[in-house]
Design a protein around this ligand. Structure first.
Ligand SMILES: O=C(O)CCC(=O)C(=O)O
Ligand SMILES: [Fe+2]
Length: 284
């Protein structure tokens, strides 16, 4: 019990100060990550035409992304490709010849169990209404993002993923051992070193709003690896589109808004400026 209290304190402190922390002893067997990496590799190894052209293993057609479609200068290029798989899609997969569906489903169940605990614990400390995290596995708008980063082809630093904050409540990331993820703190970029047993958790914009700005959704980016590829798997816990995001105490830092409103505003901002304005648009 004492240990639990200490760990909660550390998580809360990290969520406030860094917006990031790593967890070990999460109870997910390492085989689950290994199996998931095998499936991820197989998926990315398909020919480009197959990834953009047809639906794979029952994934929706627009689940595949590459680069940054909104880039208007080299500084905004992202040298990576990704698959987005929503929880609602997982139940609809039809083709399971290659264990893809079973593996993804197992992964999400395991991750959702750990995420449930983290969300409840963090939420409780800042009086977030418990309805937001009642059943993480039922939040069908949540999604997995499988990321593959390509070795850099130009000189010095190239982005694998441009600086951004996550729109989610919270993101829970498994990364391989290559490294490249960095977070911004006091105007400096700091690397989040890979640790094979750890999951990396970061606060998203929605948790910042629900906690009235106490937890920080911190900007982060990925620097392209040198001479090798990097893989990661991010699980974004997201509310349903119509969910109203609101802190129930006073004074309220942000006005009430729906997740749909936030997403649509962010998409418009990204299209127009290449970047999301984020929560500062929703100040009270
Ligand atoms: O791959 C990583 O290390 C980070 C991924 C990320 O930030 C994202 O997918 O939003
Ligand atoms: Fe991110």
């Amino acid at each position: 019990m004492y240990i639990f209290v200490v760990v909660v304190k550390q998580m809360v402190a990290a969520a406030k100060e860094w917006g990031f922390f790593q967890i070990v002893n999460h109870g997910i067997p390492k085989e689950v990550f290994e199996m998931m990496l095998v499936e991820e590799k197989k998926l990315f190894d398909r020919p480009f035409s197959s990834k953009v052209g047809e639906s794979i293993s029952g994934l929706s057609k627009n689940s595949y992304r590459w680069g940054n479609p909104n880039a208007s200068s080299p500084a905004q290029y992202s040298f990576s490709e990704a698959f987005h798989i929503t929880l609602s899609e997982i139940t609809k997969f039809s083709d399971d010849r290659n264990n893809f569906r079973t593996t993804v489903d197992l992964y999400v169940q395991e991750i959702a169990r750990v995420t449930q605990l983290i969300c409840e614990v963090l939420g409780k400390q800042v009086n977030v209404n418990s309805k937001y995290f009642e059943n993480i596995y039922e939040l069908k708008n949540s999604f997995l993002r499988l990321n593959k980063y390509h070795p850099r082809v130009f000189g010095s630093e190239v982005f694998g993923l441009v600086p951004h904050t996550d729109t989610s409540f919270l993101t829970i990331l498994f990364q391989d051992q290559i490294g490249g993820l960095e977070l911004k703190k006091n105007e400096q970029w700091i690397s989040v070193k890979p640790c094979s047993e750890a999951l990396t958790v970061n606060i998203g914009d929605m948790f910042q709003a629900l906690s009235n700005g106490v937890y920080q959704s911190v900007r982060h980016r990925v620097i392209s690896p040198v001479n090798m590829e990097r893989l990661s798997i991010a699980f974004f816990v997201c509310p349903n589109l119509e969910t109203e995001i609101e802190y129930f105490g006073h004074p309220k830092k942000y006005r009430r808004f729906s997740f749909r409103e936030y997403k649509e505003q962010s998409e418009r901002d990204v299209k127009e400026t290449g970047d999301k304005v984020g929560l500062s648009r929703f100040l009270n």
